[in-house]
Design a protein around this ligand. Sequence first.
Ligand code: SF4
Length: 577
Amino acid sequence: MRVRLSVNSGFCWGVKRAFDKVLGALQCGDTVHTLGPLVHNENAIRMLEKRGLRACREVSQIESGTVVVRAHGIVPELEQELLARGLHVVDATCPHVRRIQQRVEKAAEEGRHTCIVGYRDHPEVVALAARAGDACSVIANVGELSEVPTDTPIFLAVQSTFNRSLFEEIRHAVTRDHEDVVVFDSICRATSKRQQEVRSLAGQVEAVVVVGSHTSSNTKRLAEIAGEEGVPTFHVTAADELDPARMSRFGTVAVVSGASTPNWVTRRVVEALLDVSPGGYGVRHMVRRLFLGMVESGLYASVGAAALTVAACRLQRVPVRWEYLAAALCYIFSIYTLSRLQQRGEEPAPTRRVAFLHAHLRTMSVVAVLFAVAAVGIATRLGTISAALIGTSYLLGIGYAVPIIPKKWGFRYKRLQDIPASKDLFAAGAWTAVCAIIPFAHAGALTSPAAAVATWMFVFLTVSAKATMYDSVDIQGDRVVGRETLPALLGERKTWQVCGGLLAASSASLAAVAIISSEWTPLALLAGPAYATLYLPLLRRGTVRLEDLNVVIVDGQLFLLGALSYILSSQWPTTSP
Ligand code: SF4
């Protein structure tokens, strides 16, 4: 099946802003409340609740702590009540909604009757109507126009997420029937763009899948619009609501999501659709599944580690031995599997790799332990330093998520995992140890120590860049579970700058190896960072939104480095240990 994912998917900027304010308040260790759910996703809410968020229905349920006003805004009297109770109120009302509120207040001061086009139970509309006072009507269709008095000046505003074509119809009727009407077209741009896109996509595909809560107004609008365009439309809240047999009738499907649907939920839906094969499950599907199985099991990344080892050996003038490659492959496979086993249940929505692990739990556990035994055995065969390096890497890898400092001591950092941005640094350190330092330690000083250190830097920076690139794909998910990856700490814009910096530094390390060893061949490996630099803008724009595909492409750099080093073998002098 071909899947077209809408460009305007994921949180709109207003919801993202509110989401960030909640995460910021949670980070301060306070109990944080919202009146109603912050985002329309139960999984995300459950994860946020684990971190201290309480979604309450009534003000009376909140006794202390912080209250974050959602993007929809709040009724002024409720806000006053919260402040009167001595609560810390953080206003995360979307600035666009705030503008509508101000215009409604101004219209009320001018003595105009406010007519809000929207749904009377929607929190944004409730907060707007409260600002208009008694001179206010809320209508959702032309049939309700009779509720608007004809003998008074009118201020016409619209709920920010309302259906544009329906609003145009109502606007036309109001301006026709009333003499003095001030119209404020307050449908926000984020909503308009989504609605335009779903209309355009509906004309190009055989079916539309709308992802988001059934209680989300803007998501329901998207489903309505797709339905109006005459295409079969499926409104789902999560991937497991899709019926593969039903979806297999369609060759091309568009996926759109509401403004408060987390990215990771939409991604899982796209991945589930890609697994549906309209023409039956033929050879192509089997090959694709086999390849994805390699990615999901971690085997792909492990072979990538072996490829990087080939490059590290060449750069250090160390002959490539099967033991080096096997140690790197076995270590990376086992440590990734074991740490994912340790962190089961921490994901806001299991990625395909986590789902794969769940589905093959026993097999994967046994294979991971066998690979770990093999890695330690091979390293021991290579000597004491190699055994010590791999043993330390395992200790740090497995101990990474284990509490070291007792909870009762009250420190914020109880596990290595709690140290901000530590995950990528530890991973890069372990990759450097197994891919580059072990071959060097075993073979002895065959190149100058300076060239060896430059090679280690190259490996470290390459792995750091790739880890940061992965993490940038799911910043929202990482922040929800409190995982302080570099992108979650820095935010998107700075993350891309850091990625660029890491790739530039890895190129500089290669140049250093070339200069120190007076050879041109290390410069051929600049193709690796160049490839990643070319891919960076695509990742940044979200062109490749599938996690597995991102893994395939980002790790592709390792295969490129390994292949180039192998092809140029004859150009690369090595010295036998
Ligand atoms: S849909 Fe528009 S108005 Fe509503 S929160 Fe998002 S950006 Fe703000």
